[in-house]
Design a protein around this ligand. Structure first.
Ligand SMILES: N[C@@H](CCC(=O)N[C@@H](CS)C(=O)NCC(=O)O)C(=O)O
Length: 251
């Protein structure tokens, strides 16, 4: 059986899951535990050094695919749902993936910085048994993990203002693209002429403005992902994302 290894609260994992679900590809989900799970992940990817991340898909015929967009492309060749990567839109979808990654990288740095000031969210980052055993010390362990993730993804190399500018630029670009589209009669706007992976990937850019209700986050985690100022400023984009979920995230 095909297996997806991922982080239940991560927008990158959500990109892969949404694509697999749209394509109606059956798979089992396995939760990845950062740090503790890394040696096994490295062995799976045959990568002893360098950055390793999830989601990672292990297909029923033993292939290992290590990137959300590549997993979605693989899913597009399987299953029987609507096509997520129409041949005529490959280049545009690649640009939308890049736009989403810019927003997500900036958003991760901003959310993790908010988390470092929130003991409850930090404690929630540790596995349940460790949290219960350590009590108030759990937030310290969580902070070590969050700082490590910031460094791992270069979030520490720019300041908060630079990350915020990068996120706002990406959000403005999404807004401008949607403004050029006409609203179909019965469905939300899509970035191309139909629902594709462009919508899946770009809608995840909003996770660090206000996470979708469907994303499994603790209340403290949800608080740290969200940015109340940007949520008000980009309420139109949040509404678009929520409509996409209602219309196309049906399983
Ligand atoms: N380009 C990759 C990025 C994936 C990514 O950044 N994954 C992070 C999500 S926060 C991760 O694996 N974090 C856990 C860790 O690095 O230990 C993709 O699209 O799959």
């Amino acid at each position: 059986m095909t297996e997806l290894l991922g982080l239940i609260f991560s927008p990158w994992t959500e990109k892969a899951r949404w694509a697999l679900d749209v394509r109606r590809v059956p798979y089992t989900f396995r939760h990845y535990q950062p740090l503790i799970g890394e040696p096994a992940l490295r062995a799976k990817l045959r990568r002893l050094t360098g950055r390793v991340s999830v989601p990672v898909l292990t297909t029923d015929d033993g292939r290992v695919i290590a990137d959300s967009a590549d997993i979605a492309r693989w899913a597009d060749g399987r299953g029987d749902g609507p096509t997520l990567f129409p041949a005529e839109h490959q280049a545009e979808i690649a640009r939308f993936i890049d736009l989403s990654e810019r927003a997500l990288d900036a958003g991760r740095a901003l959310s993790l910085a908010r988390m470092l000031a929130d003991d409850e969210a930090l404690a929630d980052m540790t596995p349940g048994p460790i949290r219960r055993a350590l009590g108030p010390l759990a937030s310290r362990i969580g902070a070590l993990g969050v700082r490590r993730t910031l460094r791992k993804y270069d979030g520490h190399t720019a300041d908060g203002a630079a990350h915020r500018r990068a996120l706002v630029d990406a959000l403005d670009e999404i807004r401008a693209t949607l403004a050029r589209k006409t609203l179909p009669a019965t469905a939300p706007k899509t970035l191309l002429d139909r629902f594709t992976f462009a919508d899946i990937t770009v809608s995840q850019a909003l996770v660090s403005v206000m996470p979708p209700a469907q994303l499994k986050l603790s209340p403290a985690g949800r608080r740290c992902f969200a940015d109340p100022e940007l949520r008000d400023r980009y309420a139109d984009l949040i509404a678009w994302r929520d409509e996409l979920y209602r219309a196309f995230r049906t399983s």
